[in-house]
Write a protein that binds this ligand. Structure first.
Ligand SMILES: Cc1cc2nc3c(=O)[nH]c(=O)nc-3n(C[C@H](O)[C@H](O)[C@H](O)COP(=O)(O)OP(=O)(O)OC[C@H]3O[C@@H](n4cnc5c(N)ncnc54)[C@H](O)[C@@H]3O)c2cc1C
Length: 361
């Protein structure tokens, strides 16, 4: 690795091996000397995680070691803590030089380091769900709604309560889609409590207090409040002035950081005005890969591809067959949107994009 006949390959360092980072590494691995820095040894399809909590064997396909699809790249299992004009510093003390840098640290997660540990975690979570009579879910965004739906469909006898701080579920989509999801969950026997939060620190012996003083009894709880944008580590770096007020990196139409011609940013960490969705993060990865190939081949900057913000579209699965979908001009619920996402949760498709067989590993 590192040399073609007579031509030295450029060093491309990618920070963050999620949806966007994994795809750009896969796409560039034979064109450049690629290094991926990620705190975990594996890539995980985030929207498959709720199915894996009720069916742990599902994670065997959705949790994929980086080494499986990166056959010609180096993976450093650590966290990036600083960057300079030509180097990345990792938590475990390594200094990695780059010609081109890609920042794709969408969300900060706290998952275990190895695939085996992650699979064990799913086994334990599914055992907790199976043995509980009553379950409390805290948070009514996509994670909370999809988890409540998985449990309601697979374990119809269980008492599920979902408490959400906001005035409606799924606040990132329109009111109509929110209402459809609420009605569906209610019909499935899930009790949804809006405009309240749960004080988890005071929970004792399965008794939880809400912000309005209500008491909830549950055998176990799951916190589904979404992870923060993974940019806090950039606040002390030379890119600090490129962060907007929400902690997102400001990019130009070629997906580069303004004033830094060799730094690309892709995925949810960008300030692009669009719904934060994985399929858009994948588009960013493909556009940035194209631009990087052009620049590495000595092409003109003026020939670089541009990225236009994507249209507002989201599908939230409701168990194994149904889903609620937000399309640009309308919303839809039931088996039709469910047929797009809910059976396989795009796992086969995502695996194929990384050159892997869609079926079991
Ligand atoms: C429940 C749920 C359902 C969803 N359903 C869909 C769907 O159906 N379709 C869809 O398109 N999108 C969906 N999404 C949205 C999608 O998951 C995100 O848009 C996507 O994951 C963003 O990709 P990303 O690569 O930017 O960030 P991420 O996938 O969050 O990856 C970021 C990576 O960076 C790593 N990282 C963070 N900080 C550092 C650091 N300092 N150093 C090194 N590495 C670091 C993280 O560990 C992680 O591996 C869903 C999201 C949720 C929560």
């Amino acid at each position: 690795m590192g040399f073609e006949i007579g031509k030295e390959k450029k060093r491309v360092v990618v920070i963050g091996g999620g949806i966007a980072g994994s795809l750009i590494c896969y796409t560039l691995q034979f064109h450049a000397d690629v290094v991926l820095i990620d705190p975990k040894e594996y890539f995980e399809i985030p929207w498959a995680s709720l199915r894996a909590m009720v069916e742990p064997s599902f994670a065997k396909r959705s949790v994929i070691n980086h080494s499986e699809y990166l056959t010609n790249a180096r993976v450093i299992t650590s966290t990036a803590i600083n960057i300079t004009d030509g180097e990345v510093l990792t938590e475990d003390g390594q200094q990695i030089s780059y010609d081109y840098l890609v920042v794709s640290t969408g969300h900060k997660d706290s998952f275990p380091k190895t695939r085996a540990e992650r699979l064990r975690q799913y086994q334990q979570e599914s055992e907790r769900i199976e043995s509980a009579h009553s379950i409390l879910i805290v948070g009514g965004g996509p994670t909370g709604v999809e988890l409540a739906s998985e449990i309601a469909v697979d374990f119809p006898g269980k008492k599920v309560k979902l408490v959400h701080r906001g005035s409606r579920l799924l606040e990132f989509v329109g009111h109509k889609a929110s209402k459809k999801a609420l009605d569906w969950l209610t019909k499935m026997g899930v009790e949804v409590i809006l405009d309240q939060s749960v004080d988890l620190s005071s929970a004792e012996d399965g008794i939880y207090q809400t912000s309005r003083g209500e008491t909830i009894a549950a055998d176990c709880h799951f916190v589904c409040i979404g992870s923060p944008i993974g940019s806090s580590w950039l606040k002390e770096t030379f890119l600090k002035d490129n962060l907007d007020s929400q902690g997102k990196l400001v990019v130009d139409e070629n997906l580069r950081v303004k004033g830094h011609n060799n730094i690309f940013v892709i995925g949810d960490i960008t300030n692009i005005p669009e719904m934060k969705q994985g399929y858009l993060a994948q588009q960013h990865a493909l556009v940035a890969a194209k631009n990087l190939k052009l620049l590495m081949d000595g092409g003109k900057e003026s020939k670089m591809a541009t990225y236009k913000p994507g249209v507002a579209m989201a599908i939230i699965s409701l168990g194994r067959r149904e889903a609620v979908a937000q399309f640009p001009c309308f919303t839809m619920i039931g088996c039709l949107p469910g047929s797009i996402k809910s059976k396989d949760l795009f796992v086969g498709k995502t695996r194929k994009q990384l050159g892997l067989k869609p079926g079991p590993a």
